[in-house]
Design a protein around this ligand. Structure first.
Ligand code: ARG
Length: 231
């Protein structure tokens, strides 16, 4: 007689642009993908009884990858915007964020968003930061594949400012960036991150929302938050 085989665990393919610490990045030693979003998706996967696999994808390629079925969800510190919500379905918000400005430590010229007029601004391609920079009068916006390349451009003197997500700017400064860079001005915008699925996949969207609620209730979300943002 035939032995029943245990069903192989389903794998949820999670698209992320994985050079965005502390949300998604590669551990230098193990090369594993780590970060707040990675832990969050693992916890969500556990609730759903599925395995989670991170698929490193260019940020501006994430929605196309979702639409073509290469990935099942996006968890990439992606801000919930009206424009994106026309193409994908977002979960309930899972993190409150906003945009901020970083300049060279010795820059006394740029103190607020209004001082960015006519300036050279480095951003990550396809992001809300890139969009905000493009709306500034006469700004020379340079788009890079990653936020870390934008930070390098600032350091090298090729840009006057970086416009990027506040928690990522803060992490960069805390991990050594503050030797030659600093945050200026107020947080520009209230943004919230969401997990994205295709419009068609309402069942998956519901499962993710349910799992998110569960991990908020059982303390798992708070643990993950503390791990990456507690001091
Ligand atoms: N929150 C910003 C946006 O949605 C930037 C996200 C960049 N994420 C990343 N993993 N590189 O546009």
């Amino acid at each position: 007689s035939q032995q029943a085989q245990p069903a192989a665990a389903k794998v949820l393919k999670v698209g992320a642009e994985a050079t965005f610490p502390p949300f998604e990045f590669q551990d230098e030693q193990s090369k594993d993908y780590v970060g707040f979003d990675v832990d969050l998706m693992k916890a969500i996967g556990k609730q759903m009884g599925v395995e989670v696999q991170i698929v490193n994808t260019a940020f501006d390629g994430l929605i196309p990858a979702l639409e073509s079925g290469q990935i099942d969800v996006i968890a990439s510190a992606m801000t919930i915007t009206d424009e994106r919500a026309q193409k994908v379905s977002f979960s309930q918000p899972y993190y409150k964020s906003g945009l901020s400005i970083i300049v060279k430590a010795d820059n006394n010229d740029i103190k607020a968003f209004k001082d960015l007029e006519g300036k050279r601004i480095a951003v990550q391609i396809g992001t809300t930061g890139a969009e905000a920079a493009r709306r500034i009068t006469d700004a020379k916006v340079r788009e890079f594949n990653s936020a870390s390349e934008a930070f390098l451009e600032l350091k090298a003197g090729g840009a006057d400012a970086v416009v990027n997500d506040l928690p990522v700017n803060e992490y960069y400064l805390a991990k050594g960036g503050s030797k030659d860079a600093k945050l200026v001005g107020e947080v520009l915008s209230a943004e919230e991150y969401g997990v994205a699925v295709t419009k068609k996949n309402t069942e998956l969207a519901e499962k993710i929302n349910k799992a998110l609620e569960d991990i908020k209730q059982n303390g798992e979300y708070a643990k993950i938050y503390e791990k990456w943002f507690g001091r």
